[in-house]
Design a protein around this ligand. Structure first.
Ligand code: UDP
Length: 375
């Protein structure tokens, strides 16, 4: 696609708005030329990752940059962190816009027909969701609509990160994309997350059906890996922190509830494989681990590998979990993504947990204790 003189002049006119781009290490006089090249280069694909400073987003951004791709991250840093992007922030092909998706102005400077949008930005974590349920509901569908409307005239591909939570209280041991969904009660704060994501799914699939927009929806199941923080209740970073600090490892309920944890690196590979698969567009896919373990097994393993003296203690579900009915068993059927995109998880849960523990031990040795409130 060649750019007309009009397009170039139009984009030149709006360059001052790029003050919102953080471009570390680039002096102002070179900034203009480099950004011009970055924006106007019509021949390569460009990835826009919302929530790209977060756990999954930062792994994805790094992977794309390592493959030589152009990446623009849009993140309001509500739960994401600049430190997650420190490895790529000075790369010429990387740009960061610190903003909520709904507040971004001048989309014409960000998107073109070669842009792939990967929408990961969301309010996440059971604790945060329950304490901010109205904000969660809005955050988890309004930005999707903003992105769809911006993508529509350009025909940008959109990848939506949805969640296994949409299966709600479905009773099947293994959830399949075609299963009926049992939507949780509106009285429970946790359902704001589910309903926000489900609404996003509906918007995406309707834009695909009615307008032919190329959209993929993926339901992620319990991602784990480096850079995941435990502040909002996620079990693996919480247990690792407790074990390394010698504090009680707090298992909620009987500990017989099961999860199939998935390495974030496998998730990144799933996103990239799906985006490259023409027949994946317009469809929903589960992305998760293939092995189920109980939460007691998880606690026992983390205690053993860390060599911790922490006791494993069983506690009642905290109110925000029991009100929302903690999901007993959660596992993905993966036949669909395997047959359509040839993807399956490659890492076992204990390999990822070993990696997390090793990483946290190194961080503990290099950081003063007070900065280590959460892993
Ligand atoms: N969990 C736990 N102790 C904790 C945090 C979580 O026993 O300190 C349990 C929680 O009740 C759930 C499982 O671990 O059964 C996974 O929780 P997480 O919040 O990581 O994911 P989700 O509930 O969304 O599957």
């Amino acid at each position: 696609m060649a750019y007309s003189l009009f397009n170039i002049l139009y984009k030149l006119r709006s360059i001052p708005n790029f003050s919102s781009f953080i471009s570390s290490g680039i002096h102002s006089h070179t900034f203009l030329l480099e950004d011009l090249f970055f924006i106007l280069n019509p021949y390569s694909m460009k990835y826009v990752i919302t929530g790209g400073a977060g756990f999954i987003g930062s792994h994805l951004a790094e992977d794309l940059i390592d493959s030589g791709e152009q990446v623009i991250v849009i993140d309001n840093l509500s739960t994401g962190s600049l430190s997650n992007l420190s490895g790529i922030s000075s790369n010429d092909k990387f740009r960061l816009i610190i903003s909520d998706v709904r507040s971004v102005r001048h989309w014409e400077d960000i998107l073109d027909g070669n842009t792939i949008i990967i929408h990961l930005a969301a309010t996440v974590g059971v604790n945060k969701v329950v304490c901010n349920s109205l904000e969660t509901l809005e955050n988890n569908f309004q930005p999707t609509l903003t992105l769809l409307n911006q993508a529509l005239p350009l025909g940008c591909k959109i990848f939506l990160a949805s969640t296994s939570e949409v299966y709600g209280e479905s009773t099947g041991v293994c959830s399949s994309e075609s299963d009926p969904l049992i939507v949780p009660s509106s009285h429970c704060g946790r359902s704001a997350y589910t309903l926000g994501k489900l609404t996003s799914e509906h918007y995406c699939l309707n834009y695909s059906r009615q307008f032919g927009l190329p959209v993929i929806v993926a339901r992620f199941f319990n991602a784990i890996g480096l850079n995941q923080i435990g502040n909002y209740g996620m079990v693996v970073p919480t247990f690792v922190r407790q074990a390394l600090a010698g504090e009680p490892i707090t298992v909620y309920g009987t500990g017989n509830q099961t999860r199939s944890f998935c390495n974030v690196k496998d998730i990144v590979r799933a996103i990239r494989q799906l985006l490259q698969t023409d027949s994946a567009y317009g469809q929903v896919f589960n992305v998760g681990g293939s092995e189920s373990i109980t939460i007691t097994e998880l606690a026992t393993y983390i205690k053993r590998v860390t060599g911790s003296s922490s006791p494993i203690v069983y506690k009642p579900f905290p109110p925000h979990r029991s009100l929302g009915k903690d999901i007993l068993h959660r596992k993905a059927r993966l036949d669909k993504i395997c047959s359509v995109a040839g993807w399956k998880p490659l890492t076992s849960w204990h390999t990822v947990i070993d990696e997390i523990i090793d990483h946290q031990k190194v961080l503990l040795q290099s950081r003063p204790r007070e900065q280590y409130a959460y892993v």
